[in-house]
Design a protein around this ligand. Structure first.
Ligand code: Q46
Ligand code: ZN
Ligand code: ZN
Length: 309
């Protein structure tokens, strides 16, 4: 297998693109494709200050590396959730983020959840019966809330996350199984800013996980390999396995599933994203939380504040 660009030995075959690439051309191809996705979905305006949600995992660190190479002004935010486990999960992943930032001279902000709210994620799970039932969905809620409030209060125009195609296909699959149409309608590579909710972008949404993994390894980025102790039984991971089985039987299944959905979103067969999001009816759904002031569609306390009741 030879690189299509230079004829050297290829390190990866990108079957969906009918493209084999050597190390150097693959490391060029990923940022080039990311830049195309940013442009295609108008994710960023010139000079916008971006906050990258970094977890110490491969995708978020790859994203930070790529944005930096593309000349995007991007700081990282690591949320220390206080998760321990045998390998001291939060502390280990935080150290990897700090090392990554130090080596590149990038700005890493660290938010200590326990210091600020008096509870770690495991503490919150012990506290709340609702959180104990669904540790990951509640952890996700906490991370989204902190990311948004931190970005909003510190003047970031945009939050970037490292979701890849496998993540997006898995979430779409879950939401389709339960026909969660509101969630399906709000799944898109860019969600514009809306009344206190900062714009969110997913510049890696079009890459398979094997591609982001290959990028991270070939770029020599050190990332957390241990699993979070709460990840067992995580629905997203289970759905990924189901989709991987389908992908093995029919290569390209995940890409077709996700990109067909995006086309349906774009041409209005599904969802609200293709319509202007800043309509009166959309705005009318959001009211400030009575405790923290963050926007909520439920009225009264937002879902985050309800975790502490
Ligand atoms: S950190 Fe949190 Fe993940 Fe751990 S508790 Fe679940 S969501 S698995 S990415
Ligand atoms: Zn090459
Ligand atoms: Zn609140």
């Amino acid at each position: 297998m030879r690189c299509r660009k230079c004829g050297q030995k290829a390190v990866i075959n990108l079957r969906q693109h009918r493209l084999s690439l050597c190390r150097d051309h693959f490391l060029e191809w990923i940022p080039e494709q990311t830049a195309l996705q940013i442009k295609k979905y108008r994710m960023l305006a010139a000079g916008e200050k971006v906050l990258v949600a970094v977890s110490g995992g491969k995708d978020s660190l790859a994203l930070w590396d790529i944005l930096n190479r593309l000349g995007v002004l991007a700081d990282g935010l690591y949320i220390d959730l206080g998760i321990k486990g045998p390998d001291d999960y939060s502390a280990s992943s935080r150290r990897l983020c700090e090392k990554f930032a130090d080596e590149r001279g990038l700005n890493l902000r660290v938010f200590h959840f326990e210091q600020e709210y008096g509870r770690s994620i495991p503490g919150l799970i012990d506290l709340s019966r609702q959180a104990a039932r669904k540790p990951c969905s509640n952890c996700g809620l906490v991370k989204r809330y902190i990311m948004n409030s931190y970005a909003w209060e510190n003047g970031y125009a945009c939050i970037a996350t490292g979701h890849n195609l496998d993540d997006e296909a898995s979430v779409l699959f879950s939401n389709t199984l339960t026909w969660s149409t509101d969630r399906i309608e709000r799944q898109y590579p860019v969600l514009p800013e809306n009344r206190g909710l900062v714009k969110k972008i997913k510049p890696l949404h079009h890459f398979y996980e094997r591609e982001t993994t290959a990028y991270t390894l070939l770029r020599g980025i050190e990332y957390i390999q241990d699993e979070c102790p709460f990840s067992t039984g995580n629905l997203t991971n289970e759905n990924k396995e189901i989709l991987n089985t389908m992908e093995n039987d029919r290569p390209g299944t995940k890409m077709v599933f996700y990109t067909s959905f995006l086309r349906a979103q774009k041409d209005g067969r599904i969802g609200a994203i293709s319509r202007p999001i800043h309509t009166d009816s959309d705005d009318a759904e959001y009211v400030p939380c009575t405790k923290c002031g963050q926007p909520t569609i439920t009225g009264g306390l937002c879902s985050f504040c309800r975790l502490f009741t």
